[in-house]
Design a protein around this ligand. Structure first.
Ligand code: AMP
Length: 406
C-alpha cells in the first residue's frame, strides 16, 4: 500500500512525498483507513512507530474536506508534556502545510497573551496539555464543545503524570458524539479501563515489536564504580566528538552534577529537566536537534517521547529505576532505519536493578569488559588533572612498589 492509494487529499499526498514518507508504517497501515471511515481507535503502539502521522494524516484530511470558512476547534489532541504538544503541533503543520487546516500547540509555562491572540484568530486543531487548556476554557477563550475528534496520545504517560482526572473532566466539555482515537505505548489494566471509558466499540490495534528494543540498536553495559562514571562519560564523548549523545541520569540534581563535571573538563553540554523554564527547555531541545549542542543530559520524564533525529548514543549514566524506562531511553536512538547504541554504566549497587531490566527485555545485554589497565587508562586520560585520589594512589603504588587496593 502506498500513500497515493489512500483517500486523502492531494495536498497531503504531495507533502508526504516531499517529506520522504513513501509507504505507511505498520501502525499507519492499520489505523488510517478506519479513522477515515469514522471508527474509534484504541491502539497500543510504541513511540518511534510513526504513530503521530498515523492520526495526523487522516484527521487533517477529514477536517480539510469538511472545513467551511470559519475556524472552529474540531480536533482536540491531549498530550502529557509540553515538548510533545510542540512536537505534534509541528507534525500537523508539516503534513498540513498546503492545506487550510490551522493547528495550534498550547501549553503552560509560557506567556498567555500570544497564545490567546493565536486562538482568537481561529484554529481547527488544538494540541494541548491539560492545565493551560482548562485555564483558557474557564476564561471562555477556548470552546471545545463542537469537536469531532478527541485524540489521547501517550495515554500511559498521561496516567503516570496524574492526568486521569483531567481526562475525565474534559468529557464534560466535549460532545458525546465524536470520534475518539486513543494511543498508548504500553498496556495495563488502568490503561484499558481508561480507554473503555472514552472510546466506543473501537477498532483495537496492537503493534508489538518482536523485540522490546529495536534491532537497529546495539546495547551493552560496563561495570564501573559510581564515582568513576564521569571519567567513562568523558572518555566516550571524546571518542565520538561529532556524535549526538543523550545522557540519562536519575534526578535533576544528578543532571546538574554531570553538567558541572563535564564543564570542568571543558566539554560543552546542556541539561534538560523539569525545573527549567519552558521557553528555555524548547531552546535547549532545539540546539540539540540542530546539533549546536551535542551532549544532552536529561532525566527520564523530560525526554520521554521526544523525537530527535540522529542521536547515535544513549548513555544510561544511572541505571533506570523502572525497566520500561530502559526501553523508553533506548528508543531515543536507532530511530527509523538509523543505527544507534545504548551503553549503561552499572555500578555495584545498581546490578540488581540492571538484572531486572535484562529479564524484562528478555534478551542479554552484552558486557563491555574493561580490564584493570584500561580502566585506569580511562581515568588517567581524563582532563580532571592530577588531584583525583585514585591517580594519587596509583602514583604512590608505582613509586613505592606497593600495591594498595582502592
Ligand atoms: P513517531 O512514532 O510518531 O514519533 O515517529 C517516528 C519517526 O518516524 C518520525 O521522525 C517520523 O518523521 C517518521 N515517520 C513517520 N511515518 C513515516 C513514514 N511513513 N515513512 C517514513 N518515516 C516516517
Amino acid at each position: 500500500m502506498k500513500f497515493s492509494d489512500y483517500k486523502i487529499s492531494q495536498e497531503i499526498k504531495t507533502q508526504l512525498d516531499f517529506l520522504g514518507y513513501r509507504r505507511p508504517t505498520d501502525i499507519q497501515f492499520k489505523v488510517i483507513k478506519p479513522i477515515l471511515d469514522g471508527e474509534d481507535i484504541m491502539a497500543i503502539s510504541p513511540t518511534g512507530s510513526g504513530k503521530t502521522a498515523a492520526f495526523v494524516i487522516p484527521t487533517i484530511s477529514v477536517i480539510q474536506k469538511a472545513k467551511k470558512n470559519n475556524n472552529m476547534i474540531s480536533c482536540l489532541v491531549m498530550v502529557p508534556t509540553r515538548e510533545l504538544a510542540k512536537q505534534i503541533e509541528s507534525v500537523y503543520i508539516e503534513i498540513g502545510k498546503d492545506t487550510n487546516v490551522k493547528v495550534f500547540g498550547l501549553y503552560g509555562g509560557v506567556d498567555q497573551i500570544n497564545q490567546i491572540n493565536n486562538l482568537n484568530e481561529g484554529i481547527d486543531v488544538l494540541v494541548t496539555t491539560p492545565g493551560r487548556m482548562f485555564d483558557l476554557i474557564s476564561q471562555n477563550i477556548i470552546n471545545i464543545s463542537k469537536i469531532k475528534f478527541l485524540i489521547l496520545d501517550e495515554a500511559d504517560l498521561m496516567l503516570d503524570f496524574g492526568f486521569l482526572k483531567d481526562i475525565n473532566d474534559v468529557m464534560n466539555f466535549i460532545p458525546r458524539k465524536r470520534q475518539t482515537l486513543f494511543f498508548s505505548a504500553t498496556i495495563s489494566k488502568k490503561i484499558k479501563s481508561l480507554a473503555y471509558n472514552v472510546v466506543k466499540n473501537p477498532i483495537r490495534i496492537q503493534i508489538s515489536p518482536k523485540n522490546k528494543i529495536a534491532k537497529t540498536i546495539t546495547h551493552s553495559f560496563v561495570k564501573v564504580k559510581m564515582d568513576d562514571k564521569r571519567f567513562f562519560l568523558e572518555n566516550i564523548i571524546r571518542e565520538y566528538p561529532q556524535k549526538k549523545i543523550i545522557v540519562f541520569v536519575r534526578t535533576q540534581i544528578r543532571s546538574k552534577r554531570v553538567l558541572q563535571a563535564l564543564k570542568r573538563v571543558k566539554i560543552d553540554s546542556e541539561c534538560l529537566h523539569g525545573s527549567i523554564e519552558q521557553e528555555e527547555r524548547f531552546l535547549i531541545l532545539n540546539r540539540f536537534r540542530i546539533g549546536e549542542n551535542k551532549v544532552l543530559i536529561t532525566t527520564d520524564l523530560s525526554a520521554r517521547g521526544i523525537d530527535i533525529p540522529d542521536v547515535e548514543y544513549v548513555i544510561n549514566y544511572d541505571i533506570p529505576d523502572a525497566p520500561d524506562n530502559y526501553v523508553h531511553r533506548c528508543g531515543r536512538t536507532g530511530r527509523g532505519t538509523r543505527r544507534g547504541h545504548a551503553i549503561s554504566f552499572c555500578s555495584e549497587i545498581e546490578q540488581e536493578l540492571f538484572e531486572s531490566i535484562v529479564s524484562y527485555i528478555g534478551e542479554d545485554i552484552e558486557e563491555y569488559k574493561v580490564n584493570k589497565d584500561d580502566y585506569f587508562g580511562i581515568i588517567d586520560s581524563s582532563e580532571y588533572g592530577g588531584e583525583d585520589w585514585r591517580k594519587l594512589l596509583k602514583k604512590y603504588n608505582q613509586e613505592s612498589g606497593n600495591n594498595l587496593e582502592w
